[in-house]
Design a protein around this ligand. Structure first.
Ligand SMILES: Cc1cc2nc3c(=O)[nH]c(=O)nc-3n(C[C@H](O)[C@H](O)[C@H](O)COP(=O)(O)OP(=O)(O)OC[C@H]3O[C@@H](n4cnc5c(N)ncnc54)[C@H](O)[C@@H]3O)c2cc1C
Ligand SMILES: *[C@@H]1O[C@H](CO)[C@@H](O)[C@H](O)[C@H]1NC(C)=O
Ligand SMILES: *[C@@H]1O[C@H](CO)[C@@H](O)[C@H](O)[C@H]1NC(C)=O
Ligand SMILES: *[C@@H]1O[C@H](CO)[C@@H](O)[C@H](O)[C@H]1NC(C)=O
Ligand SMILES: *[C@@H]1O[C@H](CO)[C@@H](O)[C@H](O)[C@H]1NC(C)=O
Ligand SMILES: *[C@@H]1O[C@H](CO)[C@@H](O)[C@H](O)[C@H]1NC(C)=O
Length: 514
C-alpha cells in the first residue's frame, strides 16, 4: 500500500528537483554530510518507510532515485549519501521499544527497538526495568540504526563491544520497499553483510538486541608515562577489564588508562553519572579562544594540552542524586550512567558552543599495538626535529580504543582476512580528534602533518577505517587494506537487496560496489 502522503512527497520532490540542499552533521551548517538532498522525510512507522520507498521507486521506474537513512547526524564528513540527488528518511520518530524479555534469574534476554531509538532512550527504559545492553555501546544521542549500519563500537578486548555483536535479528527495508528479516547466523552471507551494512542493503527499521540484568560498575583511571605504554604490555592494560581505553597526551608524553568493571549492586550507594561531552559556556569560550590562537601559535596548543590533561585527570562524574561533583577515583554507579552518562543539566554539548573537530580513526591488529604507537611517536618527533611541536587539541587527548574480534564482512574488527594479519586477538583503534579552528581557512596548525600521519599509517599497516570518522581520501587510500573476497561477498548480497543501487553512498562507491 502506497500512502497518500508518500505520493504527495514524490510529486513535491519532482516539482522541486532543482532546489537541492545540503544536509548537515551534528556540527550544523558548514558541516555537510550530504551535498544534494531533495527532501527530508520524517518516517513514523516501518510501513511508512516501506511505502515511501515503493512510491519513490515506482515513480522513477526504479532508476535515478537515491535514498539514505538519517539517524542523529553523529558522523563527520560528507560521506552519508552519494553526490546525486537523494531523499533522506529520518528515523528519529521511529522510536518504539517493545517485547522486553528478561525472565528473573536469566543471564540474558532480548528486546526489540525501532531504528531511531537512541542509547539514551533505551538505557532509561531498561534501567527502569532492571536491565541493560551490556557493553555493546556508543554514545548517548546516537541511534541504534546508525550504529549498527556503520559498525560502531565501544572499547573492550574481553567483552563484545561492536554494537552489532549485541544484535540478534533485524528488519531492513530493501531497494524494492520490502521488509526483510535477517537473523544472526554466521554461516549466512546475508547476516554477515547486514551486520555491518553501511546502509547499502537498505534502511534498517527494527533491531532485536540482547539484554542483561542491570549491574553497578566502577570506573577507575591511572596516569602512565608514555614509555611504559609504548614499550609495555598494551594488551595487558586493557584485556582484564569489561571495558577500557587509553587517552594519549603526546606533548605531555603521558597516557591516561581508564577501565571499568562490575561490582555487586548492593556494595555501594553511589550513583555516579559521567559527563561525556558537555561544558559550561565559560569553559567553551576559553577553549575556543586558546585553540583558535593555536592555529598560529603552538604555545597556545601546548598550554591547552596542559590544561586539558589536568582537567581530564579528575573524574568527569557527578553524583546523580545531588548533582555534586565526584572528585575521587574509583567512581561507582549504574552501568549506563558510568559507562556513558550524558549531559549535566546546567551544561551543553561542546559543539553547541561552536567547538568542532576533525577526526581520523583507524583499527590495527592489537598484536601490532606497540609498533603502531611507536610509529606515531616517531612522526611526532620528526616534526619536533624541525622545531614544530605537535599536541593533542582535544579535551580528552587522542583516544586509543580496543575491540574484541567479531566476524562479519565489513566490520573493523573482523578476522580471517586476506592480509594475513592476526586480527583474532582483537584490534587497537587510533582515534585522533583535533580542533577545527573557527577562523581563517579552518585548517589546523601544521595541517600537512595530519595528512602525512594518516597516509603513513594506511600505507605501512594493515589498518581499517571507522566508517563515519574518516574523509573520502582516507577511505580511498584504505581500500587496498580490505579483503577483496569480503568486498565481493558483500556486494553479492547488496545486489540481491538493492539491485538498482538506490541506497548507494560515497563510501559504497569508493569500495567499488557500483
Ligand atoms: C560525539 C560522538 C561520539 C561518538 N562516539 C562513538 C563511539 O564511541 N564509537 C563509535 O564507534 N562511534 C562513535 N561515534 C560515531 C557514531 O557512532 C556513528 O557515526 C553512527 O553511525 C552515528 O549514528 P546516527 O544515528 O547519528 O546516524 P547518522 O549520523 O544520521 O548516519 C550515519 C550513517 O548511517 C546511515 N544510517 C543511519 N541510520 C540508518 C538506518 N536506520 N539504516 C541504514 N543506515 C542508516 C546513514 O545513512 C549514514 O550513512 C560518535 C559520534 C559522535 C558525534
Ligand atoms: C522533521 O522533524 C524535524 C525534527 O523534529 C523537524 O525540524 C522538521 O521540520 C520535520 N520535517 C517535516 C517535513 O515535517
Ligand atoms: C522502465 O525501465 C524498463 C527496464 O527496466 C525499460 O524497458 C522502460 O523503457 C523504462 N520506462 C521508462 C518510461 O523509462
Ligand atoms: C539529541 O539530538 C537531537 C537532534 O537529533 C537534538 O535536538 C537534541 O538536543 C540532542 N539531545 C541532547 C541531550 O543533546
Ligand atoms: C545533484 O544530483 C543530480 C542528479 O541527481 C546531478 O545532476 C547534479 O549534478 C547534482 N548536483 C551536485 C551539486 O552534485
Ligand atoms: C576462514 O577462512 C577459511 C578459508 O576462506 C574458511 O574456510 C573458514 O570458514 C573461515 N572462518 C570463518 C570464521 O569464517
Amino acid at each position: 500500500m502506497v500512502s497518500p502522503l508518500a505520493i504527495l512527497l514524490v510529486l513535491a520532490s519532482a516539482a522541486t528537483r532543482a532546489a537541492a540542499f545540503e544536509y548537515y552533521t551534528f556540527d550544523g551548517p558548514g558541516f555537510p554530510s550530504c551535498h544534494n538532498v531533495s527532501r527530508v522525510y520524517n518516517a513514523t512507522s516501518v510501513d511508512d518507510v516501506a511505502s515511501l520507498v515503493k512510491s519513490l521507486t515506482a515513480s522513477n521506474n526504479n532508476t535515478a532515485v537515491r535514498v539514505r537513512a538519517a539517524g542523529k547526524g553523529h558522523m563527520w564528513y560528507d560521506t552519508q549519501c552519494s553526490d546525486s540527488q537523494t531523499v533522506l528518511v529520518r528515523t528519529e520518530d521511529l522510536h518504539a521499544i517493545s517485547d522486553l524479555d528478561l525472565p528473573a534469574g536469566a543471564e540474558s534476554g532480548s528486546v526489540w527497538v525501532e531504528a531511531g531509538v537512541t542509547f539514551f532512550q533505551l538505557a532509561e527504559y531498561l534501567h527502569e526495568r532492571g536491565a541493560s545492553v551490556g557493553y555493546t555501546l556508543t554514545n548517548w544521542n546516537i541511534s541504534f540504526g546508525g550504529s549498527v549500519a556503520m559498525g560502531a563500537h565501544r572499547s573492550s578486548i574481553r567483552e563484545d563491544s561492536m554494537v552489532a555483536a549485541g544484535v540478534l535479528a533485524m528488519d531492513i527495508v530493501d531497494g524494492a520497499g520490502e521488509v526483510r528479516r535477517v537473523v544472526r547466523d554466521e554461516s549466512d552471507d546475508e547476516w554477515l553483510a547486514a551486520s555491518t551494512s553501511l546502509g547499502l542493503l537498505g534502511i534498517i527499521v527494527r533491531i532485536q538486541l540482547k539484554v542483561y540484568p542491570d549491574t553497578k560498575v566502577y570506573a577507575k583511571q591511572e596516569t602512565l608515562d608514555e614509555k611504559d605504554v609504548l614499550d609495555g604490555d598494551v594488551y595487558g592494560l586493557i584485556a582484564p577489564y569489561a571495558t577500557a581505553n587509553l587517552w594519549w597526551w603526546p606533548y605531555k608524553r603521558k597516557f591516561h588508562q581508564r577501565y571499568y568493571d562490575t561490582v555487586p549492586a548492593n556494595s555501594t550507594p553511589q550513583e555516579g553519572f559521567q559527563n561525556t561531552f558537555s561544558v559550561t559556556e565559560l569553559e567553551a569560550v576559553t577553549a575556543r579562544t586558546m585553540l583558535d590562537s593555536g592555529k598560529y601559535l603552538p604555545t597556545s596548543n601546548m598550554l591547552a594540552e596542559e590544561i586539558f590533561f589536568g582537567l581530564w585527570s579528575k573524574p568527569n562524574f557527578r553524583e546523580k542524586k545531588t548533582n555534586e561533583a565526584i572528585d575521587e577515583w574509583p567512581v561507582y554507579g549504574w552501568n549506563y550512567d558510568v559507562l556513558i552518562g550524558g549531559l549535566y543539566p546546567d551544561q551543553k554539548p561542546e559543539w553547541e558552543y561552536g567547538l568542532a573537530g576533525y577526526t581520523l580513526e583507524l583499527a590495527f591488529p592489537v598484536t601490532m599495538a606497540n609498533q603502531m604507537l611507536k610509529r606515531v611517536r616517531q612522526l611526532f618527533d620528526d616534526e619536533l626535529k624541525k622545531g614544530i611541536v605537535m599536541t593533542s587539541t582535544y579535551r580528552s587527548g587522542i583516544n586509543i580504543k580496543f575491540g574484541k574480534a567479531y566476524y562479519d564482512l565489513l566490520g573493523q574488527v573482523t578476522y580471517n582476512t586476506s592480509d594475513g594479519a592476526d586480527w583474532s586477538k582483537g584490534a587497537i583503534m587510533f582515534d585522533f580528534p583535533s580542533y577545527r579552528p573557527t577562523i581563517g581557512d579552518h585548517k589546523r596548525f601544521n595541517e600537512p602533518f595530519y595528512h602525512k600521519l594518516a597516509n603513513t599509517l594506511i600505507d605501512e599497516f594493515p589498518c581499517r577505517p571507522h566508517w563515519t570518522k574518516n574523509t573520502r581520501e582516507v577511505f580511498a587510500r584504505s581500500v587496498k587494506n580490505l579483503d577483496p573476497d569480503h568486498l565481493r561477498r558483500f556486494n553479492a548480497v547488496r545486489k540481491r537487496f538493492d539491485p538498482n543501487g538506490i541506497y548507494r553512498s560515497i563510501v559504497g562507491e569508493i569500495l567499488g560496489f557500483y
